[in-house]
Write a new protein. Structure first.
Length: 195
């Protein structure tokens, strides 16, 4: 499943992209303190993203060492989940360092493809991904994670399916694509072969 996203988003380290998507899926699935939370991440082309955005409040991540702001830092994950409740998005470098939080994205592009019904967070991610080489990752309050690249929606992740795929159930669940749907069915157990 993740491989199909990598076909669309080829310019980034798959480990960093997967870690960021994993965090987004956790936020979509868990919310914060019993309520759903929506947020936005940009990955890569950080200088351009920072130039086309502005802080909404004093940046709570400013001044902290890079090691404590890397996506692999487990302490950072809780901080990101807390900050996700605030307005604005996160700027993440191509190496996986969270550079800034609570940013208002000012990028405007004319060639964006955002399906009807998606809100301003999705439009901001699509615009930023079109105006820069960054990937936009949006956590919707409806608990869906969406990826934007070059101004277009390139992936939608339903957290439960992502979790199943990453729980190493690939051998017990068969995944098929039928048009735009992903169908999951239990695989038949293979009979044991006597040696």
């Amino acid at each position: 499943m993740f491989e199909s996203l990598l076909c669309e988003v080829t310019e980034y380290d798959p480990d960093v992209l997967e870690a960021l998507i994993g965090l987004a899926v956790e936020i979509a699935r868990e919310g914060r303190e019993g309520r759903r939370v929506g947020t936005l991440f940009t990955l890569g082309d950080e200088e351009a993203v920072l130039a086309k955005s502005r802080p909404l409040i004093l940046d709570p991540l400013s001044g902290h060492p890079e090691a404590s702001r890397h996506l692999t830092n487990l302490n950072l994950r809780g901080t990101i989940k807390e900050l996700a409740q605030l307005d604005g998005g996160f700027v993440v470098s191509r190496e996986g360092i969270v550079l800034s939080a609570c940013r208002y994205l000012d990028a405007v592009a004319t060639e964006v493809d955002v399906p009807l019904g998606l809100g301003s967070r999705h439009i901001a991610a699509a615009n930023m991904s079109a105006a820069t080489r960054a990937v936009g990752i949006v956590v919707s309050e409806s608990s869906v994670v969406r990826l934007f690249c070059h101004g277009h929606l390139v992936g939608e992740i339903i957290p439960e399916i992502w979790m199943m795929d990453h729980a190493h159930l690939r051998d017990t669940v068969k995944t098929e694509r039928v048009g735009e749907l992903t169908v999951l069915t239990p695989s038949r157990r293979q009979p044991l072969v006597a040696e």
